[in-house]
Design a protein around this ligand. Structure first.
Ligand code: G3P
Ligand code: MG
Length: 354
């Protein structure tokens, strides 16, 4: 029997490399874990032939919940402890904009959740499409709010106020729209307004406030056997319909998330902090290689490869076949390595290092 006072040896921590994971189509599909994902996490946490622990973070374009809630979901699904200190979702970088704008339109997600998330980010005056429809139902002729939606929506007409008193300084699409028709209508109305003032129409169609999407994935991998439309499809719809209804004028919207290099830079800072806090590694020295495992060539591989070009350390793209990418097709952006599942990706990275 082992003497219980003998300290259990901690596995060594990999100092030179780390992993970053996309979630949908790599680890989770339709709310359920991809079976190999659970094993992959065990391998990173020391159950490998070298006895090493490898630091890792999660970088998803998805959203619609508090980061803490999403980490709880992921912890349950993957049978590990996931901390907000190792997690970035599509709307996380939006928090840096809360001081810049006072009154904002927040779009997407279930019920009031995204309003709550936006307020937790420091946004002060958060208006949703539901608030606007409650004030003037004619804005969305095919949308009828439920009684609970009417109850939870803000009363923008309180104290004799008018919609035209309200100026939306920016639009933030936090999560996927639950009602494309009314959200598209309201985003367009604001894009075509005089400086964001509700119920007004610009003559030149060039005065609208900035419109930010938390990512631009046209397709994503959900429970259905075929990929589903994502926020990027709404973004394209907004831009296309704007052009069609504004005499050919183009609307330029903005997107966070992958494949933006700024998102990968944000991830680099998070990874550095996580390595220091969780693993006691030097914060100032980045790992020589970060393996990014994704399923979408247009966002995951493209972004990782672009980051690799820009960064001093290596960003190594690994594409899996469990999500958006279809085995046998030519990916639009070429990964450094194509594998079947996330478990193969983890094993490939570790073997390449050891
Ligand atoms: O809506 C989420 C989806 O577009 C992508 O999520 O985890 O694959 O980046 P993920
Ligand atoms: Mg994905």
């Amino acid at each position: 029997l082992t003497d219980p006072t003998t300290p259990v040896a901690e596995p060594d921590v990999a100092d030179n490399f780390a992993f970053a994971f996309d979630i949908d189509g790599v680890l989770i599909r339709g709310g359920r874990p991809i079976p190999e994902a659970i094993e992959a996490m065990k391998v990173l946490n020391g159950e490998n032939e070298f006895g090493i622990t490898v630091p890792y973070i999660f970088l998803t374009n998805g959203g619609g919940k508090f980061e803490t809630e999403r980490c709880q979901d992921l912890s349950r699904q993957l049978e590990i402890d996931v901390s907000p200190g190792q997690f970035i979702c599509g709307h996380t970088p939006m928090r840096e904009f809360s001081a810049r704008y006072n009154t904002v339109l927040v779009v997407g997600g279930e019920g009031e959740k995204c309003r709550e998330v936006a307020k937790s980010y420091g946004f002060r005056d958060v208006i949703t499409p539901g608030d606007i429809i409650k004030a003037n139902a004619h804005i969305a002729p095919f949308r009828r709010l439920t009684s609970s939606e009417i109850e939870s929506s803000r009363d923008l007409l309180a104290d004799g106020g008018k919609l035209s008193d309200i100026v939306i300084e920016a639009v933030f699409v936090f999560a996927d729209s639950r009602d494309w028709a009314s959200d598209l209508q309201i985003i367009l109305d604001i894009a075509q307004s005089k400086g964001g003032r509700l119920e007004t129409r610009s003559e030149a169609f060039d005065e609208g406030p900035p419109i930010y999407f938390s990512h631009s994935d046209v397709l994503w991998s959900a429970a259905h056997e075929h990929v589903r439309l994502g926020m990027g499809a709404l973004r394209r719809s907004v831009e296309t319909v704007f052009e069609h209804t504004s005499g050919g004028k183009k609307l330029k919207t903005h997107a966070f998330g992958k494949p933006q290099v700024s998102t990968f830079e944000f991830a680099t800072r998070l990874l550095q902090q996580w390595r220091a806090e969780q693993h006691g590694l030097t914060e100032s020295r980045p790992p020589a290689t970060v393996y990014f495992v994704g399923d979408t060539p247009e966002s995951d591989v493209r972004g990782t490869n672009a980051m690799n070009e820009k960064s001093e350390n290596e960003w190594y793209s690994i594409l899996v076949k469990t999500g958006v990418y279809q085995a046998g097709t030519e990916p639009k952006y070429k990964p450094r390595k194509l594998v079947d599942t996330v478990l193969d990706a983890v094993n490939h990275g570790i073997r390449r290092e050891m």
